[in-house]
Write a protein that binds this ligand. Structure first.
Ligand code: SUG
Length: 416
């Protein structure tokens, strides 16, 4: 059995829009009311998948859930008197950010030798709190092989859980035992804390992780207050590399010491505030990069184009990749439509370490599937959604039909 890292990207749904629903996510609130381009958004994210695959990486995907969510609108007893923000919540395409779909503990880390996934309850933001039932159905289908995977439902709603966006893993290679780091928030200044400590601890226990190989670290209040609503906006790890902003964690030295105790050979690349300020790091999403191991050796950082276009960040990246360190290459990608809602390259993917042969092949990308997805997007995704269109019955029908066409063409009618 060969365990590799598979990145499951969320195909951007046809309802992608800018309703500004995520308080504390500065990009999303700054773009509230702007016209969105769902077709472009979906094509940008598909292009990212194709490019990563061309690097020799294994690529999977999840399909968007039905939006506007008919079940959620029924539960809200929604009618013409209902608050517009609640209606917009039912229309959100936020499931595209699959880093928030689940927390994943690969088989080499768990007591029963299976890969464990806990679907994230996302309870802090109403527009995301109704994602998990559809996500769970999809995880149960994609990872139906019970010999290799164990899927857990959401943890109790009193503890906010936002999935892999607040979880990092360090291991000598993906297929060897590692340590798992759970990052939670306690204080967020003016903004809500979305990952609760108890949620992280419950996930670690459910997954059967060895307590000696688990670390819990508090995210710094500064980071959340500056707009890093998830840890993956200020830190990312891969194999034995941790790339983080100086102000990412409440007690960085303590965390780094605990990591070094387990893996003395770890490379911790901490970016000082004086080199790239927290504000610039969050504006450009430098850390919301995909840090990947290339089949040719060495690691690459797949960064948003916004980071590439910032003089400060670019000169940092040039120095980083010119040096003799583990990160050899920076690769810019254009996911501007997603970025305008606060979702960079790393938000758009869920990392699962698994043998691709144990995953339902309908969720793995190949050239033909990518062409089918592209054609469906070009034919059925709207070119524009004006936030004032949200609530329109005619548009709702069109969006649900577009999503159904995709699901049928991918032979995923179970998710209809
Ligand atoms: O939860 N934006 C998402 C962005 C998620 C980014 N994910 C990671 N960092 N892993 C969020 O804030 C905006 C949607 C809106 O406002 O309509 C939104 O939900």
């Amino acid at each position: 059995m060969s365990l590799v890292e598979i990145n499951f990207d969320g195909i951007v749904g046809p309802s992608h829009n800018y309703a500004g629903l995520s308080i504390g996510n500065l990009a999303a609130t700054a773009h509230a009311g702007r016209m969105s381009d769902p077709r472009r958004a979906a094509l940008e994210s598909l292009e990212k998948m194709r490019r990563n695959q061309a690097l020799g990486l294994t690529q999977g995907f999840f399909v968007p859930p039905p939006r506007p969510n008919p079940a959620w609108l029924r539960e809200l007893a929604a009618d013409e008197r209902t608050d517009r923000a609640l209606i917009a919540g039912a229309w959100s395409a936020s499931a595209m950010w699959t880093a928030n779909a689940a927390t994943v503990s690969p088989a080499p880390d768990t007591a029963d030798g299976r890969c464990h996934l806990t679907v994230a309850n996302l309870v802090t933001m109403p527009h995301r709190a109704h994602e998990w039932p559809d996500t769970l159905r999809q995880l149960e289908l994609a990872f139906a092989d019970r010999q290799h995977f164990s899927i857990h439902g959401p943890i109790p709603a009193c503890f906010g859980d936002e999935g892999a966006a607040n979880h990092m893993r360090l291991a000598p290679s993906h297929n060897r035992p590692g340590i798992e780091i759970f990052v939670y928030g306690r204080h967020g200044g003016p903004f809500p804390v979305r990952q609760h400590e108890q949620a992280s601890r419950i996930v670690a226990r459910r997954h059967g992780l060895d307590p000696d190989r688990v670390l819990f670290a508090e995210q710094s209040e500064d980071a959340i207050a500056a707009g890093a609503f998830h840890n993956d906006v200020v830190a990312v790890s891969n194999e034995l590399v941790l790339f983080a902003h100086e102000r990412a964690f409440a007690e960085p030295e303590r965390l780094y010491a605990a990591i070094r105790e387990k893996f003395p050979e770890v490379a911790i690349i901490e970016v000082p505030d004086a080199v790239v300020s927290l504000r610039e790091a969050i504006r450009t999403y430098l850390f919301n990069a995909q840090l990947v191991t290339l089949p040719t050796g060495g690691q690459a950082l797949v960064v948003p184009i916004e980071a590439w276009e910032s003089d400060t960040v670019r000169s940092f990246l040039d120095k980083l990749t010119e040096g003799n360190g583990p990160i050899r290459q920076a690769i810019p990608v254009d996911v501007r439509q997603s970025m305008a809602n606060g979702g960079g390259p790393a938000c758009l993917r869920l990392r699962v370490v698994a043998d691709p042969g144990t995953v339902d092949p309908r969720f793995l990308l190949d050239g033909r599937t990518a062409d089918t997805i592209e054609q469906t997007i070009r034919e059925h995704w709207p070119e524009q959604i004006d936030p004032s269109d949200i609530g329109s019955e005619a548009l709702a029908k069109e969006l649900l039909a577009a999503r159904s066409t995709l699901v049928e063409r991918l032979d995923l009618e179970q998710l209809a």
